[in-house]
Design a protein around this ligand. Structure first.
Ligand code: TRP
Length: 365
């Protein structure tokens, strides 16, 4: 695919601030795409309508986090000159498309969607499944197809959504003609990325577990979190042999540390392999590795924090970025909606189609 054909779209539900797990899982990948510049459009959507499908009783939370997530995006260096940032609910064509696509999907297919299935179980909806929640994959298909996006950088959990979108595209195109584009999911390259554990050793960083390190955390908070981080519970005395597997400090170092970090902050060791070997044979204390991890992370988080502070003091600029992005998103999505309605023959008042049709029918009587 050449540059002029790549339309990249991705997004997040604004249900909380973004953390270092997001940074390695998806945000870094987006930065890379932005820096490569090998695309026609790069769209990043704040999926507030989708977030409401399981937070409908909590609109204030979603409203608040729209700005938090936008600040997180800008703070890592995503650039509004290169990215169209927009808010899902502000693009009405997405809702309209969702309704038409709903005809092409069965309830049982939605219930079989592995991501939905898993969430239904977690949320204990049992037989009281909200229609909005069950149908969010259809709305996600609208998000993607409205922009004719062909590249969707997402985490593994989103693969069933992309698959379902592809099915909707094929069904639509078969019935109404070739209008929609089948998207391809692109997973992050670094496999350990979507497995950044919580500071408590839990496999996942999550807001409800309170075990994440957030992009917006202060230096003091980051320090407190790292110093309290779970390590090898059998590594009690410095002389004890230590385990570097299932030890989040080492998992983080694997993901974040570079040889330059060793040169700069821990020159006694050349690289992570040497550090690990020492820990495993004993004689290396947790405090020392935690201090190193803190230095490594602060090196990454400090510039993010500075950029965040810059935008926090210019909130009106942030709102303006979202507003302008949403205007652009509307233009693109409305164009697709127009084609969709034409293909579905519900464009009665456009291009005199209906007039011509009926004139012909009745004038020859
Ligand atoms: N479902 C995604 C998530 O929970 C968010 C999302 C909504 C999305 N629409 C999208 C991602 C379209 C990619 C493309 O993170």
């Amino acid at each position: 695919m050449n540059k002029s054909e790549k339309i990249i779209l991705t997004g997040d539900r604004p249900t909380g601030r973004l953390h270092t797990g997001h940074l390695v899982g998806s945000l870094k990948n987006r930065l890379k795409l932005q820096e490569e510049g090998n695309y026609e459009k790069l769209l990043i959507m704040i999926a507030d309508s989708q977030a409401l499908t399981d937070n409908w009783e909590n609109p204030e939370k979603i409203r608040e986090n729209i700005i938090e997530v936008a600040l997180d995006y800008l703070s890592i260096g995503l650039d509004p000159k290169k990215v169209i940032f927009f808010i899902q609910s502000q693009v009405p064509a997405l809702t309209e498309l969702t309704f038409y696509y709903a005809n092409l999907v069965t309830v049982s297919r939605l219930e079989r969607n592995p991501t939905v299935k898993n969430e239904l179980k977690l949320k204990n909806f049992e037989t009281n499944i909200p229609v909005g929640f069950l149908t969010y994959p259809i709305s996600q298909a609208a998000d993607i197809t409205a922009f004719k996006a062909n590249i969707i950088p997402v985490g593994e959990d989103q693969l069933p959504m992309i698959e379902q979108t592809r099915e909707i595209v094929r069904t639509f195109n078969r019935i109404y003609g070739n209008v929609l584009v089948e998207p391809t999911a692109v997973l992050p390259e670094n496999k350990s990325a979507f497995r950044l554990p919580g500071i408590d050793g839990n496999a996942k960083m999550s807001k409800s577990l309170g075990n994440g390190i957030y992009l917006a955390d202060s230096k003091e908070e980051v320090k407190r979190k790292i110093m309290s981080m779970y390590t090898d519970p059998n590594h009690i005395k410095i002389e004890d042999k230590g385990n570097t597997k299932n030890n989040p400090v080492f998992t983080y170092l694997e993901v974040f540390s570079t040889e330059q970090d060793f040169e700069k902050f821990l020159p006694e060791y050349k690289n992570l392999e040497e550090l690990k070997a020492h820990y495993e044979r004993g004689g290396l204390g947790d405090v020392k590795i935690k201090k190193f991890l803190l230095a490594v992370l602060e090196n990454i988080l400090e510039p993010i924090r500075e950029r965040r502070a810059y935008y926090e003091s210019r909130i009106d600029e942030v709102i303006q970025i979202l507003k302008e992005g949403s205007i652009m998103a509307n233009q693109i999505a409305n164009e697709t909606l127009k084609e969709v309605k034409e293909a579905m023959k519900i464009n009665y008042f456009e291009e005199k189609e209906l007039t011509e049709q009926y004139k012909k029918k009745y004038q020859n009587k």
